[in-house]
Design a protein around this ligand. Structure first.
Ligand code: ADP
Ligand code: MG
Length: 262
């Protein structure tokens, strides 16, 4: 991994600037070589997320959402412009990506170990984190003994174990059934309220974005850019099925369809 400002885990900005945004992206572009040409995945993306905010990005498949999160997580370098995260960052994907030979608790303990938590404390802290995502009693299960929703709960506990300031979530509930996803929305919202985490949540589902976000950034397609921003003023917790939510999500979906030329 390259030496990237994003990997500084000290919770402080690294000299360059001291704005109070938890996360900022400035005129960021990313192009990939593709069949002898350049494929421009992102072009001139600018956005800011305040500390403690939960912001959703919604965009069609291929609009560069994952590319942006990977850059913010320090896994990739942009072609131009920059992304900056203030403090420690954790990333969560659609697949829980748990180590199959470790138990639920073992997966969380490993994240604690990597963070330097003492061996004598790891078991208790892991148990507490698994409690927090309502997995008490499942500590000793192996990943293949857990449902998809439970695996994502472990992944969330593992992300919390990293004691991050900013949580980047890349369609984390995309593969779950509607009821499980509904529960995880509640859990995530509760944890977000309790911890004051800053969350950037990516989805292609407009309803999910409106369910969770303080704001929703609607991405354009090819290249990806923030085309539109929607502030969601509905009270929390929101119901995915509420008519008010459906109206806002409907407008976002219309924009996405327009982007896709449908
Ligand atoms: P999304 O997450 O919104 O579906 P991605 O960020 O995965 O979109 O991809 C955006 C575009 O960039 C796509 O056209 C994809 O094929 C391309 N792309 C992503 N990663 C790479 C890569 N490592 N090499 C080449 N092309 C890539
Ligand atoms: Mg993606």
């Amino acid at each position: 991994m390259s030496s990237n400002i994003l990997q500084l885990g000290d919770g402080h900005a690294h000299g360059v600037d001291s704005e109070d945004h938890s996360l900022s992206v400035e005129r960021l572009s990313m192009a990939f070589p593709h069949e002898g040409r350049l494929l421009v995945a992102l072009e001139g993306v600018s956005l800011e997320v305040e500390q403690g905010e939960l912001v959703c990005i919604v965009g069609a498949s291929g609009s560069g959402k994952s590319t942006l999160l990977n850059i913010l997580a320090g896994l990739d370098e942009p072609t131009s412009g920059r992304g900056h995260v203030h403090g420690r960052v954790a990333l969560m994907f659609q697949e829980a990506a748990l180590l199959p030979w470790l138990t639920a608790a073992g997966n969380v303990e490993l994240a604690l170990e990597l963070r330097g938590v003492k061996r004598s404390e790891r078991r208790d802290v892991a148990r507490e984190l698994l409690n927090r995502v309502h997995l008490n009693g499942f500590e000793k299960r192996l990943p293949h003994e857990l449902s998809g929703g439970m695996k994502q709960r472990v992944a969330l506990a593992r992300a919390l174990a990293q004691d991050a300031d900013v949580l980047l979530m890349d369609e984390p509930f995309g593969a779950l059934d509607a009821i499980t996803r509904d529960r995880l929305h509640e859990e995530l919202e509760r944890i977000w309220t309790e911890t004051g985490l800053t969350i950037l949540f990516v989805t292609h589902n407009a309803r999910e974005a409106v369910r969770l976000g303080d704001r929703v950034l609607v991405f354009t397609s090819r290249p990806g850019r923030v085309g539109h921003e929607v502030k969601v003023n509905l009270p929390r917790p929101r119901s995915l099925d509420s008519p008010e939510l459906a109206v806002i999500a409907g407008r976002i979906t219309d924009r996405l369809k327009h982007e896709m030329g449908v």
